[in-house]
Design a protein around this ligand. Sequence first.
Ligand code: NAD
Length: 427
Amino acid sequence: MTHDALPSYLNPDNLGPWGQYLQQIERVTPHLGSLSRWVETLKRPKRILTVDVPIERDDGSIAHFEGYRVQHNLSRGPGKGGVRYHQDVTLSEVMALSAWMTVKNAAVNVPYGGAKGGIRVNPASLSKGELQRLTRRYTSEISLIIGPTKDIPAPDVNTNEQVMAWMMDSYSMIEGNLSTGVVTGKPISLGGSLGRREATGRGVFVMGCEAAVQRGVAIEGARVAVQGFGNVGGVAASMFAEAGAKLVAVQDHTGVVVHEGGLDVKQLHKHVAEAGGVKGFPGAEQTLERDAFWGIESDILIPAALEQQITAENAPRIRTKIVLEGANGPTTPEADDILAGKDVLVVPDVLANAGGVTVSYFEWVQDFSSFFWSEEEINARLTRIMQNAFHAAWAVAQEKKVSLRTATFILACTRVLQAREVRGLYP
Ligand code: NAD
């Protein structure tokens, strides 16, 4: 099929995040053997729901926001994936994020398909009451397709435990029964799991340690640079610092702070909580323009903000040994090739940040059985799953002489398409 024949949102020349994902699928297809017969399945989301979300503002006016829930693939289980509130949310982005969830869930072998949701809104422009009304109306609009055995949302950028609590409550009211298992990332008091809040950052740290062994980097004294100091980047930064690494630079939406000897992570967390960003942190040796972040020398670089941050434009300036993708889709395929040419090991998002969905899976299992595990047990199981997934992908990368991303896609897409094949087509 020529690309001209494709609808624009399926065209890989359209370099939105969805185009980026399609290019990744092109790279894995030659390795899928007879399963490549089914590969078109991966290039089409199973279900896309676009919703209008109207709310009454505090001043009495009515505002409308566009929201989405995309179920990319449900071959291996119910949909699973976060909900993002951001002013730049697009359908292309939510489609790509849902597809990466399909791959990620299969890569760590949790029994889920892939889904994602989002609303194009700047949540900082809403009061708490408006945010609650937005969340409840969005939940009501997507309640047609979500549910504990259908599709289970979770937090993503700018959504948190409180938002999940509102979603759970709204869904339970609509259904007429308590449905704790409809979302994960809930407060502990509502059936949330110990360790869930830190799980993605913890998983990033575990994967970073595995990658560091392969690259001969000692964590003690390693220079770590992080983009994004939120749920993922902030926790990963703390864990690396606790293990003796030096946090040499942090970039967020407000600026860049640098300290060659290592930023004081606890103080930086305090500053971000008070000031809303890293800008103005008194413990910084230097502050830089945002773009200068990419030229800072490090051993481990962790993009943990948004997609398409490492591009053909800035990849040539990157001086690091390991790129550890905390964010989803932070590296474009062109940048992947440039980094490979510089012998930088890229630990792909679908491995590196899979800790969040892994503990979400634990939360869902605990909710179903109403039997809750200790934090030690959760962290130990998380670490084991992450390490196993890393080693399985590493072995495929060595055997087939492909990048760790393509190796992870080979493992994951094989699992998804095997399920697709054995289920067969309905009717
Ligand atoms: P968050 O809202 O907690 O934090 C986002 C961080 O990114 C903030 O520090 C913000 O300042 C920064 N940021 C936003 N825009 C930026 C920009 N243009 N330039 C630089 N920094 C910017 O979000 P999060 O939950 O930490 O998610 C971050 C990434 O990790 C996203 O790609 C998300 O999809 C991915 N992820 C999150 C989870 C999870 O459990 N929260 C799981 C897997 C993947």
